[in-house]
Design a protein around this ligand. Structure first.
Ligand code: COA
Ligand code: AMP
Length: 632
C-alpha cells in the first residue's frame, strides 16, 4: 500500500491513534483525557481534557526554539507601496502588547472580539492577540457592508471591535470606520470599545469614551503572557453564508485546529519550517484564517500578507513579482485570480521578468477549477497545480492531492482523493450510497476529523438541522458530485442556495431578502449564472407590486444600489431584471434551476408541474436583453 492509502486507511480505521500521533507536533500545557470524545455524539469533541495555547504554538514556541530572528510575516502592499518583514521575535512583541491592550479593557478568556481589518499585518496580530488571552475572535471581511457587520455583532456579541481606518482597493480608499459606526448603531448589542488603527490614507473620526487609538494604546501597554485554554474552547467564530440572511457562525476549537493545521502544512502542502508560504486570500475568509494566519505560523514557516489584486496592482505580473521577491515556495489562490491574470496576459509574458525558481507548487480552492485554467497554470508555471476542495465549515481540505504523502496523476476537474480523516460518501435522496460515476449529495461520515467545526456559535440546533439531520450519521456538505472508478472525487455544484462569486461564498437567499425589502417589489428570485471570470455572478428577477407605476430601469438601479448597501460590494450584484411573473410549479415553488439553465444556455426539461409556460418565455426574453445566455 502506498503512503497515501496507508495514512487514509489508518485515519478512518483508528482515528484516535492517527490523530494522537499527529498531536505530538503541538506543545500542550496538559495532555488529553481522551482523543475523541463521543459521549455527546453526534456532537464530537477532540482532545478533551487537554490544555494549550494556540498563540504560544504559533509564535512564542518558535522564539524559544531558535527562530526569533527568522521572518514570521512578510507584508507586501503594492496599493500602499509598503513592504515590512516581522521576525518571530517582533511578531511576539506586537502580539503580546496588543493582548495587553485587550486585557486592559477587561477582555478575558471566552470574550468575543470582532476584527474588521484589511490585509495588513495588524489583522493577523489581532487574531493572535485574541488567541493569546483565550478571547474568541470573529473576523469580518472588509467587502461586507455595515448591515452584514451588524448581524455578526448581534450574534457574536463582541466586547471589543478592532478595526482599521480604511482599506485600500486598487482604485479607491474604503473608509472602514464609518461602516463600523453605522454597524454599531444598527446593532442591539453595543461593544464597550473599538480600537482603531489610523492608516495614513484616511483618518477615522473617533468617538470619545468608546474609541481608542491603536498605536497609542499599544505603545503604553504591557506585554501579557499566554493563557492556557481547553483544547475544546473556541478559538474563533467565522460567519459564512447559508440559505438565509442570517449567516452561520462556524466555530473552530483550539486543540483539534492546531493539530490539523500542523498536519496539513506537512502532509498536504509539504512546507518546511523556514519556508515562505503565500495564501493570496483575505483574513476575512477561512483560507486566510487557516493559511495566512495559523497554518504557516504554527509550522514555523513564513507567511505572506499581500494587500493587492492579481491584476491592476499594477499589472498581471503582480503575483509573479511577489513570488520571486520573497522566495515563495507555494502559492494558494482561487482559480478566478488566475482567470483574471490570463485575461490580461494570455501568454503570461510578465512571468518572464521574474525568477520563479523557488516555486514548487500552486494550490487552488474556493470554487471548481475549470480544466482550461488548470492547463494554463500547469503550462505557464511548470509546477504541480493542486486543486483542493474545502469549506469554511471544515477549515481544511476534504479532498486534495497531498504533496507530502504521495502525488497522484492529476485528472482535470477533480481535486483528486479524500484527504486522510474524511470518509467521503456520495448519497442518493434516501441516504444510500450511489455507484461510482453517479451524481450524489456529498456527505462525510461522522465524526469529522479534528480542526473542523464542532458546532455553530451558540446554536447546536441549527448545527444539527443544517448539517446532520438529512443524512443521520453524516455531515451534509451542501455540495453534489461523484467519485470515479479510481477514487477521484468531482465536485460539481451546490445543492443549496449558496453561490460562489470570485471564490467568495454568497447566499442567494440573503440577496432575495434584500430585494424583497424594496417597497415596490412583490416577490423575487436570485440565481447564480455562469461567469467566465468570477465563476458565477448573481442575477436578480423581481416582480413589482401591482399598482407600482415604476420605470423598470429605475427599479433595477435601485436594487443594485440596495444590494451594495445591505450586503456590500463583495456581492458583485450587477444583473437584475423586472418580470411580470416568476416561473413556478403549481405548488408555488420558484423554478430557479430552470431559470439558471436558460441563463447558462444549457438544455433543461420543463417540469411537468409548471404553473404557466409563458413565464419561461418572459424569462428567456429578459435574459436575452441582458445578454444571456452568453454563448447565444
Ligand atoms: N474591502 C472593501 N471592498 C472590497 C474588498 C474589501 N476587502 N474586497 C473586494 N471589495 C470590493 C471590490 O472593490 C469590488 O468593488 P466594485 O464593485 O466597486 O469594483 C467588489 O468588492 C467586488 O470585488 P472582487 O470580487 O474582488 O472583484 P474585482 O473585480 O475587484 O476583482 C478578481 C476580480 C478576480 C481580481 C478578484 O475577485 C480576486 O482576486 N479574486 C480572488 C478571490 C480570492 O482569492 N478568494 C479567496 C478564496 S481562496
Ligand atoms: P467556502 O466555505 O467559502 O470556502 O466555500 C465552500 C464551497 O466552495 C464548497 O462547498 C464548494 O461548493 C466550493 N469549493 C471550494 N473549493 C472547491 C473546489 N476545489 N472545487 C469545487 N468547489 C469548491
Amino acid at each position: 500500500m502506498g503512503l497515501y492509502s496507508n495514512n487514509y486507511k489508518q485515519s478512518l480505521v483508528s482515528p484516535e491513534d492517527f490523530w494522537a500521533d499527529a498531536a505530538s507536533s503541538i506543545v500542550w500545557d496538559k495532555p488529553w483525557d481522551c482523543v475523541l470524545d463521543s459521549t455527546k455524539a453526534p456532537y464530537y469533541r477532540w482532545f478533551s481534557g487537554a490544555q494549550l495555547n494556540t498563540c504560544y504554538n504559533a509564535v512564542d514556541r518558535h522564539v524559544n526554539e531558535g527562530r526569533a530572528e527568522q521572518a514570521a510575516l512578510i507584508y507586501d502592499s503594492p496599493v500602499s507601496q509598503t513592504q515590512i518583514t516581522y521576525s518571530y521575535q517582533q511578531l511576539l512583541d506586537e502580539v503580546a502588547r496588543l493582548a495587553g491592550v485587550l486585557s486592559n479593557l477587561d477582555v478575558v478568556k471566552g470574550d468575543r472580539v470582532l476584527i474588521y481589518m484589511p490585509m495588513i499585518p495588524e489583522g493577523v496580530i489581532a487574531m493572535l492577540a485574541c488567541a493569546r488571552i483565550g478571547a474568541v475572535h470573529s473576523v469580518v471581511f472588509g467587502g461586507f457592508a455595515a448591515n452584514e457587520l451588524s448581524t455578526r455583532i448581534d450574534d457574536a456579541k463582541p466586547k471589543v471591535i478592532l478595526a482599521a481606518s480604511c482599506g485600500l482597493e486598487a482604485s479607491r480608499i474604503i473608509e472602514y470606520k464609518p461602516l463600523v459606526d453605522e454597524a454599531i448603531d444598527l446593532s442591539d448589542h453595543k461593544p464597550s470599545n473599538t480600537i482603531v488603527l489610523q492608516r495614513p490614507q484616511a483618518t477615522a473620526t473617533m468617538q470619545e469614551g468608546r474609541d481608542i487609538d491603536w498605536a497609542t494604546a499599544v505603545a503604553s501597554a504591557n506585554a501579557v503572557d499566554c493563557v492556557s485554554v481547553a483544547a475544546t474552547d473556541p478559538l474563533y467564530i467565522l460567519y459564512t453564508s447559508g440559505t438565509t440572511g442570517q449567516p452561520k457562525g462556524v466555530v473552530r476549537d483550539n486543540g483539534g485546529h492546531a493539530v490539523a493545521m500542523m498536519w496539513t502544512m506537512k502532509y498536504l502542502y509539504n512546507i518546511q519550517p523556514g519556508e515562505v508560504f503565500w495564501a493570496a486570500s483575505d483574513i476575512g475568509w477561512v483560507v486566510g484564517h487557516s493559511y495566512i494566519c495559523y497554518g504557516p505560523l504554527l509550522n514555523g514557516s513564513t507567511t505572506l500578507i499581500y494587500e493587492g489584486k492579481p491584476v491592476g496592482t499594477p499589472d498581471p505580473g503582480a503575483f509573479w513579482r511577489v513570488i520571486s521577491e520573497h522566495k515563495v515556495v507555494s502559492l494558494f489562490t482561487a482559480p478566478t485570480a488566475l482567470r483574471a491574470i490570463r485575461k490580461e496576459d494570455p501568454d503570461c509574458d510578465h512571468i518572464k521578468k521574474y525568477d520563479m525558481s523557488n516555486m514548487r507548487a500552486l494550490f487552488l480552492a474556493g470554487e471548481r477549477c475549470d480544466p482550461d485554467t488548470l492547463y494554463w497554470a500547469q503550462d505557464k508555471l511548470q509546477v504541480p497545480v493542486v486543486d483542493h476542495w474545502w469549506q469554511t465549515e471544515t477549515g481544511w481540505s476534504i479532498a486534495a492531492n497531498c504533496l507530502g504523502l504521495e502525488v497522484f496523476p492529476v485528472k482535470p476537474g477533480s481535486p483528486t482523493k479524500p484527504v486522510p480523516g474524511y470518509d467521503v460518501q456520495f448519497l442518493d435522496d434516501s441516504g444510500q450510497p450511489v455507484a461510482a460515476g453517479q451524481m450524489g449529495a456529498i456527505a462525510i461520515k461522522l465524526p469529522l476529523p479534528p480542526g473542523t467545526f464542532p458546532t455553530l456559535w451558540q446554536n447546536d440546533e441549527r448545527f444539527f438541522s443544517s448539517y446532520l439531520e438529512t443524512f443521520p450519521g453524516y455531515y451534509e456538505t451542501g455540495d453534489a458530485g461523484y467519485v470515479d472508478e479510481d477514487g477521484y472525487v468531482y465536485i460539481m455544484g451546490r445543492t443549496d442556495d449558496v453561490i460562489n462569486v470570485a471564490g467568495h461564498r454568497l447566499s442567494t437567499g440573503a440577496m432575495e431578502e434584500v430585494i424583497a425589502a424594496h417597497p415596490d417589489v412583490a416577490e423575487c428570485a436570485v440565481i447564480g449564472v455562469a461567469d467566465k471570470l468570477k465563476g458565477q455572478a448573481p442575477m436578480g428577477f423581481a416582480v413589482l407590486q401591482s399598482g407600482a407605476n415604476r420605470d423598470a430601469d429605475d427599479v433595477v438601479k435601485e436594487l443594485i444600489a440596495l444590494m451594495r448597501e445591505k450586503i456590500g460590494p463583495v456581492a458583485a450584484f450587477k444583473l437584475a431584471t423586472i418580470v411580470k411573473r416568476l416561473p413556478k410549479t403549481r405548488s408555488g415553488k420558484i423554478l430557479r434551476a430552470t431559470m439558471r439553465s436558460i441563463a447558462d444556455g444549457v438544455a433543461y426539461k420543463v417540469p411537468a408541474t409548471i404553473d404557466d409556460m409563458s413565464t419561461l418565455d418572459e424569462i428567456t426574453e429578459n435574459l436575452k436583453a441582458l445578454g444571456y445566455p452568453k454563448s447565444a
